[in-house]
Design a protein around this ligand. Structure first.
Ligand code: PMT
Length: 397
């Protein structure tokens, strides 16, 4: 079932568009929320009214609203989607995608998309074999776009050969695999920590750090999408918890420790993306500290290392840590992996403005205790979460 999944289907102008109402019907029956975007030529092959009726949503094709104002759908629909499918994808549309051309609503949406994209080519044999099309498809594949290759068989033009759009059942199968990837965490209980801890100095001041919670929330969302029962133990963060995730809010490192100790025995996987304060103030003042001498000192004491403590208590739990470093990234990551007794560790360089704290993207090194090592380019935090969970599922579950 695809309950709760949001799919945008882009239809371009090929005869195979007549099969798309069936695709919409099946995805809706499986519980997905489906939205359809059409190119002007696609409207010649299949009626927007049919697709509107079957999807239960407005069907869009123009960049501008009826009143002439710009629509924001080219940003909103891709942002809200878990998957985009373009079927049929014509040679023209594939060419536009390969070269970043955005001259209508659907091609503009492709450029704002941040989630997996599946394209299903359909065209005449000579077109599918044309070097330009072959090269354009190779560019898209290189970019990580999923392509469900055209099949060989009878074509609508009366010829026989390669170019026929893959069957609707096959499109559904691939869409399902992309929405609920292998490495499913179904039946697993996963705790993710996120955000900073804030250690009080007095009732109005604290020692904190710059964690926004984005990395941990992305891991929680991805684990939930893969079928896990997820509890997110979060330090103060302005983010909305992902749908379907149980949220436990804490402020200090000691509160985070309590929340984790209470749940650890029932947990299969603990992923600590939170930036836990290493120190707290020994005696936070009960009243606001008044302005006074030019210099003041705070007496600090070390917080317990939660991950290390849980590592000593574990029986079957898989433990994942994050390491925030400003130098000697790999050496420090290896030291933490071993000293904290972890299965897997994700290290990020937090001295760079485009990644680490507060950013939407991250660039990480993933190490595991079996000697596995991989790095990512600068990618959205959701993608880092996916890579981490892929490795975790493959090696430890
Ligand atoms: O929240 P964002 O803005 O998206 O930023 C993401 C992030 C940079 C916070 C995240 O990617 C990250 O690196 N989190 C770990 C930050 C950190 O505390 O690193 P550390 O190297 O100090 O700690 C190593 C591991 O031990 C971490 O898993 C940490 O949660 C854990 N720890 C640390 C101290 C402590 N007292 N107890 C712990 O359990």
């Amino acid at each position: 079932m695809l309950t709760g999944m949001r799919v945008v289907i882009g239809v371009t102008g090929g005869i195979a568009a007549y099969k798309i109402p069936l695709l919409v019907r099946i995805l809706v029956k499986e519980g997905a929320a489906v939205r359809v975007v059409m190119t002007r030529h696609a409207e010649k092959f299949v009626s927007p009214l049919t697709l509107r009726t079957l999807s239960g949503n407005p069907v869009l094709s123009r960049m501008f609203d009826a009143d002439g104002g710009p629509s924001m759908a080219h940003i909103e629909w891709p942002r809200e989607a878990d998957l985009m499918v373009i079927a049929p994808a014509t040679a023209n549309f594939i060419g536009k995608m390969a070269h970043g051309i955005a001259d209508d609503l659907l091609s503009t949406m492709v450029l704002t998309l941040n989630t997996p994209l599946l394209i299903v080519p359909s065209m005449n044999t000579r077109m599918v074999n044309h070097p330009a099309v072959v090269q354009n498809l190779a560019i898209l594949r290189e970019r990580g776009i999923h392509i469900l290759d055209a099949e060989t068989g009878d074509l609508a033009c009366g010829e026989e050969g390669a170019g026929r759009m893959a069957e609707v059942d096959e499109i559904v199968q691939v869409a399902r695999a992309l929405l609920v990837p292998s490495g499913s965490l179904s039946g697993k209980r996963v705790i993710v920590t996120a955000g900073p801890t804030l250690e009080p100095i007095d009732p109005v001041r604290y020692i904190g750090n710059r964690s926004s919670g984005k990395m941990g929330y992305a891991v929680a969302a991805e684990a939930q999408r893969r079928g896990a029962a997820v509890t997110l133990v979060s330090g103060p963060s302005g983010l909305e918890p992902p749908r379907g995730v149980q949220i436990v809010r804490v402020t200090t490192a000691l509160e985070m420790r309590e929340a984790l100790l209470a749940r650890f025995a029932e947990t299969d996987v603990l992923i600590m993306a939170a930036a836990v304060g290493d120190y707290r103030v020994v005696d936070p003042a009960p009243e606001k500290i008044k302005k006074g001498p030019v210099t003041r000192s705070l007496e600090l004491t070390a917080n317990p290392d939660i991950l290390q403590e849980l590592s000593r208590r574990r029986d079957r739990q898989v433990l994942v840590g994050f390491a925030a470093e400003t130098d000697h990234l790999e050496a420090e990551a290896r030291r933490k992996l071993s000293e904290k007794g972890l299965d897997l560790l994700v290290a990020n360089d937090v001295s760079k403005p485009d990644s680490g704290f507060g950013a939407d993207n991250n660039r990480v090194l993933i190490l595991d205790r079996l000697g596995g090592r991989e790095t990512t380019d600068l990618v959205p935090k959701g993608e880092v979460a996916g890579r981490l969970l892929d490795r975790l599922s493959a090696a430890f579950l």
